[in-house]
Design a protein around this ligand. Structure first.
Ligand code: WQD
Length: 336
């Protein structure tokens, strides 16, 4: 029996592939390298000492996807092939809906055809929208999405709930990620956004290595202790481990399970910058600038449900996240 990992060469997919292999699972990876590199697959093998089958393809290519299900004994699926850049999604809504929503439907339809009904979905804290109070809890109503990217998460959550309603043999986990940062401690896997990064940690790292001059801290006048926005940053390896626990849960019984994957602790932008400088000894020049449109002042998870029901708790500190994010850059540079 194998777990199909779509987008398994990407940032979160690759870290999860490592944890699946470490947990003794067989996996099959699909990736089209649209936002990842083939070397990642070698690095997954290097870290785990294990091999897996790989298909270079778009996960929404129905014909090829059917072949994957025919050639392998797949019993569950994790999908990391969604597009994830919030800003880009506002400029390319059609591409986002086609890849994230239509692609997911092709995947679900194919799963149904091959009687595979266990699915772990990479959802996002963004589904809580601006309406809900913090900390966010899983039983709060879904809010309003602030971008097409966010809408795709809300739509797919609803689609999966409807699929389960129609067929109780499905077992689905909706994992609402908060802000994943950090990299595998080996320095062999990490996040490599193309162009100028939009997210905080990739930007900090580029400033620290001198590729970018300074960090713009978006807004210093929020109603938070230091005036900068607060988020729930979690280490990507902790996040990856949450997927293994969720998969175990799906194997216990059918249903739709919703979990926040966060630490439950909020840190400000300046907390992250200062912890990064302390953890790495690198300087990160910054300047407080205008607020970024669409940013919420503060959100973080109530992470108690995942702990109670999955036995999952984020273990790594903000310092670990900063150190590992930087280590990845150092190792990548050394390896050219
Ligand atoms: C974090 C904080 C910025 C860059 C988004 C998505 C979410 C998830 C993760 C994933 C904010 C501030 C940032 C910079 C800054 N999606 N910042 N200067 O916006 O919380 O969440 O990414 O796939 O769904 O919405 O993350 O890392 O962009 O920002 O001051 O150059 O850092 O204002 O307060 P965000 P982020």
């Amino acid at each position: 029996m194998s777990v199909l990992v779509t987008g398994g060469a990407g940032y979160i997919g690759s870290h999860t592939a490592v944890e699946l292999l470490n947990a003794g699972k067989d996996i099959v990876i699909i990736d089209d390298f649209s936002n990842s590199k083939p070397e990642v697959l070698e690095n997954i093998k290097k870290i785990t000492g294990k091999d897996f089958k790989f298909y270079e393809m778009d996960y929404a290519d129905r014909e090829k996807l059917e072949k994957v299900f025919e050639e392998n004994n797949i019993d569950s699926v994790m999908n990391f092939a969604g597009f994830k850049a919030v800003g880009e999604s506002t400029k390319k809504p059609i591409e986002y809906y086609i890849n994230n929503v239509s692609g997911a439907l092709v995947l679900f339809d194919t799963m149904r055809k091959y009687n595979v009904k266990k699915f772990v979905f990479s959802s996002s804290a963004t589904v809580y929208g601006p309406e809900n109070p913090i900390p966010y809890k899983e039983d709060m109503p879904v809010g309003t999405a602030s971008s097409p990217y966010g809408s795709t998460k809300i739509f797919i959550e609803q689609i999966l709930k409807d699929i389960y309603k129609a067929d109780n043999e499905w077992s689905v986990a909706l994992l609402r990620y908060f802000n994943p940062i950090g990299s595998h401690e080996s320095g062999l896997l990490g996040e490599e956004p193309q162009g100028i990064p939009n997210n905080l940690m990739p930007y900090i790292v580029r400033v620290a290595c001198g590729q970018l001059k300074e960090l713009s801290v978006f807004g210093g006048d929020y109603d938070t202790p230091d005036g900068t926005c607060i988020r729930d940053y979690l280490h990507v390896v902790d996040l990856a481990k949450g997927h293994i626990k969720a998969l175990d849960k799906l194997n216990e019984g059918n249903g739709v399970y919703i979990y926040n994957l966060g630490t439950g602790v909020g840190y400000s932008v300046l907390d992250v910058v200062n912890t990064f400088m302390k953890a790495t000894g690198k300087d990160v020049p910054y300047r407080i600038t205008e607020r970024r449109a669409g940013d919420l002042p503060a959100f973080y998870a109530d992470a108690t449900k995942a702990e109670k029901e999955l036995g999952w708790k984020a273990e790594k500190s903000l310092e670990d996240m900063c150190r590992d994010s930087w280590h990845y850059i150092e190792v990548s540079r050394k390896n050219g």
